[in-house]
Design a protein around this ligand. Structure first.
Ligand code: ADP
Ligand code: MG
Length: 448
């Protein structure tokens, strides 16, 4: 296809591509963005040529935010984005992937973090069942729970458990494959191009244990789900173990078919929850010991009380404290911890919760009492979840405090709401544009 662009349009497009490059990995860039071309740009619309519908669909589902923000950074805003494909693009020539990508995914060992082992995993009420199931499966794969499905919000140890299983199973001589779901998807796509289905199927089917991380990624591609379904069946009928992780329970993965959900239910579905106070303290003590950092008990308690959303967040805060204390050669006591936590929260743009509630209720035309209520109509749950998401983003309130403002909901509800909206934001154009509008209003109001 030949398109004639003016010099300034060409320059703009190069700028947009540069902006995209800043936001994605080189591999994502070559896979999805390098073959996009600008066709037409006017005051209302931007037409982008993608090699095929699979590619444009994937970008719309996964990377629309990146495209929109990159366009905005190149001063192109409020345009409708329209993807154009060649009419004759047959399914055989689907995505454009550089040849080197498939080899990247054959070496799965590169993805394993040796520190994510069972010894370093701290067990508490929030993850006891998931941990026990992971151990049982590692002891006798294919017999204990098949499949094992672990779900929960980000940063709660799902990947850690899957890596621990990989390490244990490999030690006991099993043929085991771990991969993030995105790799499965990419590998599937590159196989469409090469047509080498034998090696694709051999790779996934001639193993004892398949560990796939973040299967909610399957939501984005129907044809990959199809292939995954066959892989699942092939392994399952030969009593090979399948372990899956996801940020939500199977039935909440958007667009997933009932037949896959019911497969996942054949085994054990277990959830990891955010750590409670005591587990958080224990995790803090374990991690500080690993960092060889002395922390007073009361400082650890203060941290546990104030950083509750995820274990990853606890780790992040500890790393910051560690850096600060080493740099300033200071003791890690309660004062220092308070000072650092406060310092970091200041970096958030502070917008009051009242302002958020006002703006959200006004935008959706609902009453505050409806947000507080237990009603589960989408017309009310959506604004309710949006309010919780925005409160997480713009205020310094803890999850529990936000729950308090939302009619006395507990901190896991707030966390799930926040996750849900983050996910919807990348899947649903209406939601992402609504959020942008509300956030604009909030930040504008905040300027004076
Ligand atoms: P997820 O995959 O659920 O998003 P990760 O497995 O990546 O979360 O965990 C985030 C971080 O928290 C990792 O560094 C991991 O080692 C740590 N972590 C999570 N759970 C535990 C635990 N129970 N004990 C020790 N560290 C943990
Ligand atoms: Mg993970």
């Amino acid at each position: 296809m030949n398109h004639y662009l003016s010099a300034s349009e060409t320059k703009t497009w190069i700028l947009v591509q540069d902006k995209i490059k800043e936001k994605v990995t080189p591999q994502q860039y070559t896979t999805w963005f390098s073959s996009l071309n600008l066709i037409k740009l006017d005051t209302n619309e931007i037409h982008i040529h993608a090699p095929n519908s699979f590619c444009s669909e994937w970008i719309e589902n996964n990377y629309l935010d990146i495209i929109t923000s990159s366009l905005e950074e190149a001063s192109i805003s409020n345009r409708k984005i329209i993807f154009i494909n060649d009419n004759n693009s047959s399914s055989e020539q689907k995505p454009s992937i550089q040849n080197n990508t498939s080899s990247h995914y054959t070496d799965n060992h590169t993805h394993i973090n040796k520190n994510y082992n069972f010894d370093n995993f701290l067990v508490g009420p929030c993850n006891r069942l998931a941990h026990a199931a992971a151990l049982a499966v590692s002891e006798s794969p294919g017999t204990a729970y098949n499949p094992l499905f672990i779900h929960g919000s980000v940063g709660l140890g799902k990947t850690h458990l899957l890596h621990a299983m990989f390490l244990r199973l490999q030690e006991s001589g099993h043929k085991v494959l771990y991969l993030p779901c995105e790799s499965f998807v990419n590998n599937y796509i590159s196989t469409i191009k090469t047509g080498d289905w034998d090696s694709f199927r051999n790779k996934y089917r001639q193993i004892d244990v398949l560990l796939i991380d973040d299967v909610h990624f399957l939501a984005n591609s129907q044809s990959t789900r199809e292939e995954f379904f066959h892989t699942f069946n092939a392994l399952y009928t030969r009593q090979k173990q399948i372990v899956l992780s996801s940020d939500c329970p199977p039935e909440e993965i958007p667009t997933i078919e009932e037949r896959l959900i019911s497969r996942f239910r054949w085994g054990l579905i277990t959830r990891v929850d955010p750590p409670g106070f005591e587990t958080s303290v224990a995790i803090i003590q374990k991690k500080t010991a690993l960092l060889k950092m002395d922390i007073s008990y009361e400082a650890a308690c203060y941290l546990a009380d104030n950083v509750v959303s995820s274990i990853r967040e606890i780790e992040g805060t500890l790393t910051n404290i560690h850096k600060y204390a080493t740099m300033n050669k200071s003791k890690v006591d309660l004062n220092l911890v308070k000072q650092i936590i406060r310092g970091f929260s200041k970096q958030k743009r502070s917008i009051g919760i009242e302002k958020i509630l006002n703006t959200v209720t006004k935008y959706y035309g609902v009453q505050l009492s409806q947000l507080h209520s237990k009603r589960r109509l989408r017309s009310i749950t959506l604004p309710r979840q949006v309010a919780m998401h925005l409160a997480r983003k713009f205020t310094n309130l803890s999850l529990g405090e936000i729950g308090g403002y939302m009619g006395g909901r507990d901190h896991t509800t707030v966390m799930h709401a926040d996750d849900k909206i983050k996910k919807l934001k990348s899947l649903d154009r209406n939601v992402s544009s609504t959020l942008r509008k509300i956030e604009d209003t909030l930040t504008k109001q905040n300027e004076y």
